[in-house]
Design a protein around this ligand. Structure first.
Ligand SMILES: Nc1ncnc2c1ncn2[C@@H]1O[C@H](COP(=O)(O)OP(=O)(O)OP(=O)(O)O)[C@@H](O)[C@H]1O
Length: 285
């Protein structure tokens, strides 16, 4: 599956070369207002499950993502981070409270909010180009807006691989295709659920930089879940640190370092120390 020889020939994406985004840099403003969420536990009843049979994953959460902001979520495993992403994406309704996009309730999935998961989940029989075209095709926009497929591939530096099949790609290239598949929709919010989690560490560092460049270039808002403290601090403007389940905000770390950032910046080291302490990992790391 991973073709490192081919991967080595792929230049880093250079988003600066391409025309302005159609959304004119207008990222979505997201408001999470008094949101609580719980699941019925397996084998203990469905919609009518009693309090005791419910697993509460989010508790009375208030959070705002400003238009065009990059926010990352950190927290203990299983605390409810991905559950929150699913609510923001509109993949399921919150048990209590409300979520708003630009002042309007989020009730369903919408092409203005695209989720990128850890696994690129490409259709193996479709070319890179045809995988990226899926969103436009599903909405009947391919004939009139097909040029956006090429623009999205160019944004992630994969123009030369448009005809390749997924098995010919490295892990990093496949994840870039997943990003292009998201970008073709010109999203106002990119919801990133550990999107770099399966990549080798060097590719991961490269793609962190590329993702930040795409975010700066395209102007969407970004909400990232990651287990990697450095990744969160390197990429985001604010890092929300959650408690153990049910997720409550323990602290919001503000990183006002300008971009492009330097990984050796002492401010990043200080924020890392704070984040690890908040996650209960102390100074010994
Ligand atoms: N559809 C579901 N039905 C029942 N329980 C669920 C469902 N989805 C998630 N959970 C449970 O909710 C809790 C929170 O899960 P979630 O995936 O949101 O956590 P997370 O913080 O993203 O975890 P991780 O960091 O390990 O990915 C977990 O205990 C999980 O088992």
């Amino acid at each position: 599956m991973v073709n490192t020889a081919t991967a080595a020939r792929v230049p880093p994406a250079t988003p600066q070369r391409f025309p302005p985004a159609a959304n004119d840099g207008a990222g979505a403003r997201i408001e999470v207002q008094g949101v609580s969420h719980w699941f019925a536990q397996r084998g203990q009843g469905g919609a009518g499950a009693s309090e005791a049979a419910r697993l509460q994953v989010i508790e009375a959460l208030d959070l705002e993502i400003a238009a065009g902001e990059f926010v990352a979520l950190l927290g203990p495993s299983g605390c409810g981070k991905s559950s929150l992403l699913r609510l923001v994406a509109g993949l399921e309704p919150a048990s209590a409270g409300q979520l708003l996009q630009d002042g309007k309730p989020i009730t369903d999935p919408d092409p203005s909010r695209i989720v990128v998961f850890q696994d690129p989940t490409l259709f193996p029989w479709r070319s890179v180009r045809d995988n990226v075209a899926l969103g436009l095709q599903a909405r009947g926009l391919l004939k009139t807006q097909g040029h956006r497929v090429d623009e999205a591939l160019a944004l992630v530096g994969l123009e030369a691989f448009a005809r390749a099949l997924p098995h010919e790609l490295s892990g990093g290239m496949a994840q870039r295709v997943a990003l292009a598949r998201a970008l073709v929709n010109d999203p106002r919010l990119l919801v990133l659920d550990e999107p770099l989690g399966k990549l080798d560490s060097l590719t991961r560092l490269t793609m962190q930089t590329e993702l930040v460049a795409l975010w700066q270039r395209q102007g969407f808002s970004a909400l990232l879940v990651t287990h990697d403290v450095e990744e969160a601090l390197f990429m985001a403007q604010r890092v929300v640190v959650f408690s153990e389940r049910p997720a409550r905000i323990r602290e919001v770390l503000v990183n006002d370092l300008p971009y492009p950032r330097h990984r050796g910046d002492p401010r990043l080291a200080e924020l890392r120390r704070q984040a690890l302490a908040l996650l209960g990992l102390g100074d010994s790391w």
